[in-house]
Design a protein around this ligand. Structure first.
Ligand code: TXA
Ligand code: MG
Length: 317
């Protein structure tokens, strides 16, 4: 495939309109926020969200932060307790991400939340991000716009160096003012847990939350995405299966008989986008039919396939 350099968009109304148009078409756009540049996609478009993981070369599907223009929009997607509301009112727009119960039926792609029933959401304090989110009008999923395992980008040049032609465009608004990712708090009712230190200091938060500390889990500190209990099917799951056993719910990939398919065409992006929904469906079918295990066809260990297999490995553990 020819490697096309990304469009460099100016942070003016024309550039912002173009960025919004690209997002709506399912393309990836690097966008400025006050913390770091984000690798943005329409959070309701599962295939576009899959393209984020592909571009980053992430070996696993971490749940992503969803960005919206204001608190009112955030309330369409997540349920705010009194404590969550107080935090949002005090620190939004700003570098604070809240992990909250997700509302049902809002259309957020399951891959964006890695199948969790919580949602990480924030309102960025950056004029250009704000203008883009308003123009686009929907939720935008965005991890930091760097290849997996590399440091977060705080300028458009960093994004070009790291991701280059993997993004359709870069909305370049110069260096990001905070330069450090957002602080992440999980809010369960009135209970607050600190998942990641970041742009809002612990000292600034504690008057509202009480004492905070990063919680270590047995076996050491894990990435925030792994702290939360990922969706795991109730039924036993077996990977790399030949789908020969009719006693199983058979999940296919590519051609061949199956009860459900991650991608009949054998397309990894489609498979990633469908993964969590298919696992839920397979579980429901297993329960309804009395079949007690789920067989999943082999997924090639390349590109997004590595992340799909990582997720399946956890689900089968
Ligand atoms: O400042 C930032 O937060 C930047 C800008 C672009 O907004 N974004 C960012 O995203 O740092 P990312 O993907 O690099 O980090 C998001 C973190 C991940 O560690 C992920 O595990 C965690 O948020 N996370 C997302 N959803 C979660 C959830 N439902 N429960 C627990 N952790 C979650
Ligand atoms: Mg990151």
């Amino acid at each position: 495939m020819p490697q096309r350099q990304p469009e460099i968009l100016a942070p003016d109304p024309t550039g912002i309109a173009r960025a919004a148009e690209l997002l709506a078409s399912g393309a990836l756009v690097a966008i400025p926020t006050e913390t770091v540049y984000g690798l943005a996609a329409d959070a309701r478009n599962g295939v576009a969200v899959a393209a984020i993981f592909e571009a980053k070369g992430r070996p696993s599907f971490n749940p992503l932060i969803v960005h919206v223009a204001d608190l009112r929009q955030a309330e369409e997607f997540a349920v705010f307790s009194d404590t969550a509301l107080a935090l949002a009112q005090a620190f939004w727009p700003g570098p604070l991400t809240l992990v909250l119960p997700q509302r049902r039926g809002t259309g957020i792609a399951k891959l964006a939340t890695a199948g969790l029933d919580t949602l990480a959401i924030r309102v960025p304090a950056h004029d250009v991000a704000q203008a883009l989110l308003r123009r686009f009008g929907g939720p935008v999923a965005a991890p930091s716009a760097n290849p997996s395992g590399r440091i977060s980008p705080t300028s458009g040049d960093h994004v070009i160096a790291g991701l280059g032609p993997k993004v359709a465009a870069i909305l370049d608004a110069g260096p990001t003012p905070v330069g450090l990712e957002s602080t992440i708090l999980a809010v369960e009712g009135e209970r607050v847990r600190l998942l990641r230190q970041g742009g809002v200091s612990q000292e600034a938060l504690e008057p509202l939350t009480g004492p905070l500390s990063i919680e270590a889990t047995p076996g050491g500190i894990e990435a925030p995405g792994q702290l939360a209990s990922h969706y795991a099917p109730k039924s036993r799951l077996e990977m790399d299966s030949d789908l020969a056993d009719p006693a199983a719910i058979r999940v296919g990939f590519g051609p061949g008989a199956a009860d459900l398919s991650l991608s009949p065409a054998g397309d990894l992006r489609e498979a990633a986008a469908r993964l969590f929904a298919v696992l839920h469906q397979a579980d429901a079918m297993a329960e309804a039919t009395g079949k007690h295990w789920i067989a999943v066809a082999p997924i090639p260990e390349v590109g997004l396939g590595r992340a799909i297999n990582d997720r399946l490995r956890r689900a089968s553990a």
